[in-house]
Design a protein around this ligand. Structure first.
Ligand code: FAD
Length: 324
């Protein structure tokens, strides 16, 4: 049974985020010959048709509007709802990013459809669409289906579905969608954005994360972790303990009340491994823990453990990686 699948893509600084390709890869599993429609939202949009087509989209929608220049809940709610109503897809896939988390439930509520959020996998089992998502802060996974498959809506956790180009990519048609976003419908508008400085690697999509905890002991201590992250092309993250202590910004917090990351490599430095921290990183593919305390809980989830002082171990790792 073929299905029309609509994928909400996401741009950051004019470039498609990796999760957009992951969602298209997931869409290909479900479409079974149906259309794969990729919707791009923003202002003065770049031409990304070729990339989207390579990953399986055969219809690209450009939704270009002044009010979509920066993310604002009401404007995106209008735009997403409009596109769904226009295209009437049977499956909608969106990223479980800050934007996807914010707008998807609102769209689902407005359209009166169900939503399965934060999915780590999607598959077809006996002709039914089955989503996998974590429960109990990542301690277990549950498989979920929709009772009615007339309209299925799910958000996908970044870095879980491996993005693969389509071997049978079809030519993509391009549509420019004109959506009416009345200023009256916008309860909030973005006036200005003050950019925080960052290392340039997006923490939630980083393939390598070097994270520090209270054991790093100071903001300056985090320079040691940043050096290792820079050599590895990764991003720096932190436990809430480190954020609460003022060593780093809360934007770096990983865990139940912070970001959820699933990198290929997670290096935990001076982090005890509280359950709330594990909720944000335990699905990383390889976990390395560096801790002075051999009894630290983090070693229970680590693939490799180094018992030692992070200020001795981390610089040695940095030097060793510089040579490779
Ligand atoms: P600690 O537990 O103090 O651990 C520091 C570790 O560093 C110790 O294991 C110590 O042996 C080691 N160490 C010290 N010096 C060195 C050294 N020189 N070299 C090597 N190792 C060293 N926490 C999160 O991280 N993320 C969340 O999202 C989160 N959400 C929460 C939500 C709720 C509702 C609650 C109640 C708590 C939450 N927490 C969260 C807090 C969590 O319970 C822990 O308090 C926190 O994760 C501890 O941070 P930590 O591991 O950095 O510090």
């Amino acid at each position: 049974m073929s299905r029309h699948v609509l994928v909400m893509t996401e741009l950051r600084s004019g470039t498609l985020r990796q999760v957009s390709y992951e969602a298209l890869t997931a869409a290909r599993k479900l479409a079974e010959g149906g259309d794969i429609i990729a919707a791009v939202f923003g202002r003065d949009l770049p031409d990304v048709t070729a990339e989207l087509q390579r990953y399986g989209a055969n219809n690209v929608l450009y939704v270009d509007h002044e009010q979509l220049k920066d993310y604002a809940t009401d404007a995106y709610l209008e735009a997403w709802t409009y596109v769904i109503e226009e295209k009437n897809p049977s499956v909608i896939l969106a990223p479980y990013t800050a934007i996807g988390k914010d707008v998807s439930p609102r769209v689902a509520s407005r359209l009166g459809i169900g939503l399965i959020s934060d999915c780590t996998d999607v598959e077809l089992l006996n002709g039914r669409i089955v989503f996998t998502r974590p429960i109990y802060a990542g301690k277990a996974f549950v498989k979920k289906t929709f009772r009615e498959e007339s309209r299925v809506f799910a958000t996908l956790r970044p870095n879980n579905i491996s993005a693969e180009e389509a071997s049978d990519a079809r030519a993509a048609t391009v549509d420019k969608v004109s959506v009416d976003i009345s200023p009256k419908s916008l309860r909030t508008v973005v006036e200005d954005i003050v950019q925080k400085t960052s290392s340039g690697v997006d923490l939630s999509e980083a393939r390598i994360v070097v994270a520090g905890g209270r054991g790093v002991k100071s903001a300056e201590g985090f320079n040691v972790l940043q050096e290792l992250a820079d050599v590895l092309g990764g991003a720096v993250g932190a436990s809430r303990g480190a954020c609460d202590a003022g060593y780093c910004d809360y934007a770096l917090q990983i865990g139940q009340t912070g970001k959820v990351v699933t990198p290929d490599l997670y290096i935990a430095c001076g982090i005890s491994g509280a359950i709330q921290h594990l909720a944000g990183m335990s699905n990383s593919k390889v976990i390395v823990a560096i801790n002075k305390d051999p009894e630290a809980n983090i070693f229970k989830v680590a693939d490799y453990g180094i018992v030692g002082d992070l200020f001795e171990v981390v610089p040695k790792l940095t030097e060793a990686f510089k040579k490779t």
